[in-house]
Ligand binder design. Structure first.
Ligand SMILES: *[C@@H]1O[C@H](CO)[C@@H](O)[C@H](O)[C@H]1NC(C)=O
Length: 404
């Protein structure tokens, strides 16, 4: 009883303080200043040509929005972690297709045909979004599911290019995947274009999928078979990225976990892979770099991991690309350090836009108090995809791309 009264007394004193007008005033003022300061601080930077910027402002207005990260998610690492645990997983039903490669292997594609599309009832001309997941990722990643929700809502078709050996399917040859080798992606694009020659294709790559996409667009130039590219949280320089991932806290939180995932795939396909690599040595890897040194570089014929990473880094190759490309990165991304952002390269390119936020982490960009649903990243994806498909003439003109 005494305790109860004491509580009551405490509440009375508390209420007395908060109900005073000046307290309310001071609190509101603090909140307003903090909010405005935050807004100013968090306005993303858009680096691109004037014409591309005008196009994006008109058809992809999210680029003018201020990105306010979830207030309790402090820093890029925390955003990245929270995203992995909290983000919702929309229900998506895929139609799986396996295609054979020249080396006798297979690639698993997950389609969402969207035959119920109201805006594109005709399948042959329905635009297609080709999605490339990140390292160890496949069509079940929450960012893939959300992207598909966005694209299908606008009436488009989606297809996810699963990295070899990552899903449930068999590895038929001792070949997996690497960020520099575009042969599989070439095959996939040819396959998609063969099925739907009149359907425009947009490539959307996340993290390592973005590296692969940019390497592909740079290699194929005007022959890419794609109308545009979009990357989210792409590491621009694999050497700098792995250095950042080897900082103690990043190693503990992310690197170790991903390395375990990579090793698990190798164990699952041990029988076929032990023909070409020393599996036990690979499984002792403690970092992604060690894994790439012992496994990926060997599989794809590089003399060292440094050579592979140099070849896989997409930043310096951007001048070879020939379609409109939008790239979203956060300055506090532990996987993609900002000292590798290709700012000066992009400044001189008519067809590439870099959208940089101060916060957002790696494939996270969480907003709101309880960040489970769609956020900044999904809005950007939805708007850009729609801008590309619905205003193709305008975007090509803005990016100075000649249409045949
Ligand atoms: C990709 O790797 C395969 C297998 O090692 C090789 O045959 C092919 O030439 C490589 N392609 C490219 C574009 O480097």
């Amino acid at each position: 009883m005494i305790l109860f009264l004491a509580h009551l007394e405490l509440w009375r004193v508390y209420w007395e303080i908060v109900s005073r007008p000046y307290t309310v005033f001071v609190c509101s003022l603090t909140a307003a200043v903090y909010y405005l300061w935050g807004r100013k601080r968090q306005k993303p930077t858009l680096i691109c040509s004037e014409a591309f910027s005008v196009f994006l402002h008109k058809h992809c207005p999210v680029v003018t929005e201020r990105f306010n990260p979830t207030p309790w998610c402090w820093g890029g690492r925390f955003q990245t972690l929270v995203c992995a645990f909290l983000k919702s997983r929309p229900l998506v039903t895929y139609r799986n297709e396996r295609i054979r490669t020249v080396d006798g292997g297979q690639i698993s594609l997950d389609w969402v045909d969207n035959d119920a599309s109201a805006s594109y009832p005709e399948s042959s001309t329905r635009p297609t979004v080709l999605i490339l997941p990140g390292l160890t990722g496949n069509s079940q990643q929450s960012y893939v599911l959300h992207a598909i929700r966005q694209a299908t809502r606008h009436g488009y078709r989606c297809v996810v290019f699963n990295n070899r050996g990552v899903g449930g399917e068999e590895l038929l040859t001792p070949v997996t995947y690497c960020a520099a080798n575009t042969s599989d992606l070439e095959l996939v694009v040819r396959h998609v274009k063969g099925l739907y020659p009149s359907s425009p294709v947009l490539g959307a790559g996340v993290s390592m999928g973005g590296m692969l996409l940019l390497n592909y667009l740079a290699r194929k130039r005007t022959e890419s078979g794609m109308v545009a590219g979009l990357t989210i949280s792409v590491p621009w320089d694999a050497l700098k990225a792995s250095a950042s991932m080897e900082e103690p806290l990043n190693w503990l939180l992310f690197n170790k976990f991903l390395t375990v995932g990579l090793c698990r795939t190798v164990t699952r396909h041990r029988k076929i892979l032990e023909k070409v690599v020393d599996i036990d040595y690979v499984l002792k890897s403690q970092t992604i770099r060690e894994f790439d040194e012992r496994f990926t570089s060997v599989l794809f014929g590089y003399t060292s991991c440094t050579e592979y990473y140099h070849d896989a880094s997409p930043g310096k190759k951007l001048p070879n690309t020939a379609v409109p490309i939008l790239c979203l990165n956060a300055a506090d991304d532990p996987f993609s350090p900002q000292n590798a952002f290709p700012l000066t390269i992009v400044q001189d390119l008519p067809n590439v836009a870099l959208l940089l936020t101060a916060h957002g982490g790696h494939i996270a960009f969480l907003e709101g108090l309880f960040p489970r649903g769609e956020s900044y990243m999904e809005r950007l994806f939805g708007q850009f995809v729609q801008a590309v498909f619905e205003h193709s003439k305008d975007i090509n003109k803005a990016c100075r791309i000649k249409e045949e």
